[in-house]
Structures are given as C-alpha cells and as structure tokens.
Design a protein around this ligand. Structure first.
Ligand SMILES: *Cc1c(COP(=O)(O)O)cnc(C)c1O
Length: 237
C-alpha cells in the first residue's frame, strides 16, 4: 500500500465513524503523525494535499519542517503546513516550539506554562520590532486519564486549578484537552472521561485517538485524531 492510498483509507474510516456517530467528518482534523518517518513519505502526504502534521520532538520537527520552508511559511511553494506538537515539551525547547508549531497539545505542568507565557511575551516584542508575525500557537492540556505515574498529564481532579492557572493567570489560548489512554486498557472509558471534562470546562476541542483507536475516539467526540502508523507505515527506529 502506498502512503497516498493509506491516507485515503484513513479518511474514509474517519468519514464512516463520523457518520455512525451523526457527526460531520469536516469537524474532525486528521493529524498525520510524521515523527520518525522519512522525508519522501512526508512529501507524498503533502503531495496528496494533506497539510496537518504532528511531531513529538522539537528538534526532529525542525529537521523535518524548517528545511521545507521557503521562509514565508509555504512548503515547497504550495501548501502551508499546520504543525502540531503532540509530545512533551521541555522548558529549554519552548522558544523553538513556539516559533515552529501552530498548536501544542501537551501543557502538563505549571513550570511549563509559566515559561511559555514569558517566551510568548518576548516573541511578541521581537515580532513588533521586526514586523514579522507568526500567530502564536493555541493549546491543549494533556490529561492523565489513567493516572499512570510514568505518563505526563494533569490528573482529572487537578484540571480545574490548572486551567485557571493557564487561562486566568497566564492568558494562554487553551482550546481543548488531550489524552493517551493506558496501553493495555480499553480506550473508550478514557475518551468518554476526556469528553466529559471538556464539556464541564467548556472546551470545544478533544485530541484523542491514534491508529489503533481513532474510530472509537470519534464516536466519543474527538475533534483531533493523531494517526501515524496507519498513514506512513511503521516508524524507523
Ligand atoms: C506517535 C504518537 C501518535 C501516533 O501513533 P500511531 O499509533 O502510529 O498512530 C499519536 N499520539 C501521540 C502522542 C504519539 O506520540
């Protein structure tokens, strides 16, 4: 199977899952997760007209995407990609992440939020001076729905306080919640919990669902699904 036909297949499955749950497929963004994928496969997805991509590491994302940019935000003269950071963000990579990404899915601790706020302020000042403008990213909060000690994310019962910190104290543009369910568990209860938390807090976006479970996630209300393997094939090590 070519990457192009894989992409078409994933889009068909998204449409079917949307139909089943009486939702519009156009309300669901497919994030093609290009981490650890070779450049020619990424080109194939771009050539097929897809422009939304996800990366989990800042440095690798720079390698994948800065080289394709002509400096105006256009990639290879045609499509402007929309880049999503879906992996955890170290504070020393915040400046780079804010300049590269359009969306960051992984707000997961107060120290990170504070650093982002400071960096956004200095980026804004630099932009005012130089006249160059890149819209700042908007954000998702990662929720540790399975309360797994090794996984990042805010515990569901700490979400209210964390949201208040992000939105009231730091005025970040938070639009949704993201989760990665525990590997060995049924994902549906985790997706349902995330959807419920989203409703409680009036957040419109839900980033949930990967190759193995994006159809279930759509049935539970996902607005952003993050699909790597089913589009690109298995990753390089
Ligand atoms: C790698 C990754 C994905 C994509 O996983 P696949 O199983 O290849 O679809 C989705 N979300 C996150 C957070 C990831 O790190």
């Amino acid at each position: 199977m070519s990457v192009r036909s894989n992409l078409a297949d994933v889009n068909t499955r998204i449409e079917a899952a949307a139909l089943r749950s009486e939702r519009k497929a156009t309300d669901i963004s497919l994030i093609a997760v290009s981490k650890k994928q070779p450049s020619d496969k990424i080109s194939e997805v771009l050539d097929a007209g897809h422009h939304i991509f996800g990366e989990n590491r800042v440095q690798e994302a720079q390698k994948h995407w800065l080289t394709r940019s002509d400096g105006t935000g256009n990639v290879e003269g045609s499509i402007t990609p929309e880049l999503h950071l879906i992996g955890s963000l170290q504070t020393n990579k915040v400046d780079d992440a804010l300049s590269l990404f359009n969306v960051i899915h992984t707000l997961d601790r107060p120290k990170l939020v504070s650093k982002i706020s400071t960096s956004l302020e200095s980026l804004k000042q630099a932009a005012d001076k130089s006249g160059r403008t890149k819209k700042p990213p908007y954000f998702f909060i990662q929720v540790n729905t399975g309360l797994e000690p090794q996984k990042s994310g805010i515990a569901p019962n700490e979400l209210s306080d964390f949201l208040e910190l992000c939105m009231e104290e730091y005025a970040l543009d938070v639009r949704g919640l993201m989760c990665i369910p525990p590997y060995e568990e049924e994902p549906r209860p985790h997706f349902e919990l995330l959807a419920q938390l989203g409703r409680e807090h009036g957040l419109p976006y839900l980033s949930m669902g990967m190759s193995s479970d994006f159809e279930v996630a759509i049935e539970c209300g996902a607005t952003h699904v993050r699909v790597g393997t089913d589009i690109f094939g298995s990753r390089e090590i």
